[in-house]
Design a protein around this ligand. Structure first.
Ligand SMILES: NC(=O)c1ccc[n+]([C@@H]2O[C@H](COP(=O)([O-])OP(=O)(O)OC[C@H]3O[C@@H](n4cnc5c(N)ncnc54)[C@H](O)[C@@H]3O)[C@@H](O)[C@H]2O)c1
Ligand SMILES: [Zn+2]
Length: 380
């Protein structure tokens, strides 16, 4: 018999657009958003972590009950250490035991760990159910909330197993930032000032005015309505602009990795004892210093960045305790592309990115040059 072949025609047109709501006291707003269109008929599971559960789940459950739509709450132990396949499985078993099926609507309430693992549950539960993210940390508002990347960690690497699954809506409740520690605010500001560096000089100036000139503390910042809503909004808008033009990270989305080549390597070399936001601040500063040599930004730009990072309480130099070789090893582990080089994203002054030959948002830099540069930097 001769083999036959036919095509399953499956050209897909997708519209994954979704609203991002920034405000205070958004518990009622979730009820409204969860009632939109076909979401209205679904059974709701609010999935969160043990810390956020104590802060917010009762208030959200009350609002839903008042609207005649009772919800179930599922909470897993807080922390990055629980962003695992085991947690995903445990959540799935909880959903199954409580009789949830294809008509489920998930609300992921929490920081980036919750939106990552719960978004991944939503991506695969009965082959995919819709979810809404109710975002409670500045770091997640700055980065994890928009983009549709969901994942869990494995011992081999972070975020190794996951899926692209876009939320139906993102709610950023700035009121939730009141219970964040100053260190958590600083952590989120690491990604925030990175966004100013790569896309918005005016936003950078507003932050300079607040932290450098007016000397705002993290607590003053959280109390400042204008500044917090601008911060939440600009972070998400900038991320949206990069993501919507390049959902699967072909090129432009890589621009968001500014400061992350050295930042992530530093995080690994320090054995994850320094927060991601701190490492990104150092990585962004070093990328600027290296970029200054190539003529991409000026000494004054570098000084402005360091003054802002310093005023926020973020580091901008390599810690004494880290070895250059450990950073180089971590970068080599991470790298893609031409042998003997590492690809870097560079900012152009403050508020823009360098675009290289062929429209590339990253360029290779010679490994030996990076090693010498880092050795100089670690000598102060
Ligand atoms: N998907 C993406 O594109 C993306 C982007 C950036 C980061 N991430 C992920 O995000 C995670 C880091 O985000 P995170 O810092 O929000 O993590 P997180 O969710 O673990 O939150 C940090 C801690 O704060 C607690 N918390 C949350 N909200 C709080 C509140 N309002 N008040 C007090 N405590 C609160 C949490 O319970 C947790 O203990 C990482 O896993 C990272 O990989 C994902
Ligand atoms: Zn980051």
């Amino acid at each position: 018999m001769e083999a036959t072949e036919f095509t399953v025609e499956l050209v897909r047109k997708v519209d994954d657009s979704y609203p991002v709501v920034v405000g205070r006291g958004l518990e009622k707003k979730i009820v409204e958003v969860a009632g939109r269109g076909a979401l209205a008929d679904r059974r709701i599971a609010l999935i969160t972590d043990s810390t956020v559960e104590g802060l917010i789940s009762a208030a959200i459950a009350r609002e839903f009950a008042a609207a005649g739509r009772p919800i179930e709450v599922i909470a897993f132990p807080a922390g990055e250490i629980n962003k695992t396949r085991a947690t995903k499985e445990w959540i799935e078993d909880q959903l199954i035991a409580r009789g949830f099926g294809r008509d489920t609507l998930i609300i992921a309430a929490g920081g980036g760990v919750v939106t990552d693992v719960v978004g991944f549950v939503a991506a695969t539960f009965t082959r995919g159910v819709p979810y809404i993210s109710y975002v409670t940390t500045l770091l997640a508002a700055a980065d994890a909330a928009v983009g549709g990347k969901t994942a869990v960690d494995t011992p081999a690497a972070t975020n190794l197993i996951g899926a692209f699954h876009q939320p139906r809506a993102v709610l950023i409740d700035v009121d939730r930032w009141h219970t964040l520690s100053p260190a958590q605010i600083q952590d989120g500001m690491g990604e925030t000032i990175k966004h100013g560096c790569l896309a918005d000089s005016e936003f950078f100036e507003v932050l300079e005015d607040a932290f450098v000139r007016r000397g705002l503390s993290p607590k003053d910042f959280v109390d400042d309505d204008d500044l917090t809503s601008l911060t939440a909004r600009r972070n998400c808008e900038i991320k949206r602009d990069f993501v919507s033009s390049d959902v699967f990270e072909g090129n432009r989305r890589m621009g968001l990795n500014l400061g992350h080549t050295i930042g992530r390597a530093l995080e690994a070399a320090m054995g994850y004892t320094m927060s991601h936001g701190q490492c990104v601040a150092v990585g962004t500063a070093l990328q600027m210093r290296l970029g200054e040599r190539f003529g991409y930004c000026s000494a004054e730009d570098v000084e402005r960045f360091e003054a802002l990072a310093g005023a926020i309480g973020l580091p901008y130099r390599l810690p004494d305790s880290v070895s250059v070789e450990a950073i180089m090893a971590a970068m080599a582990h991470d790298k893609k592309g031409v042998a003997g080089t590492i690809r870097f994203v560079f900012q152009k002054g403050i508020g823009d990115l360098m675009v290289f030959e062929g429209g590339a948002y990253a360029r290779p830099v010679d490994t030996q040059l990076i090693r010498e540069f880092l050795a100089e930097q670690s000598r102060g």
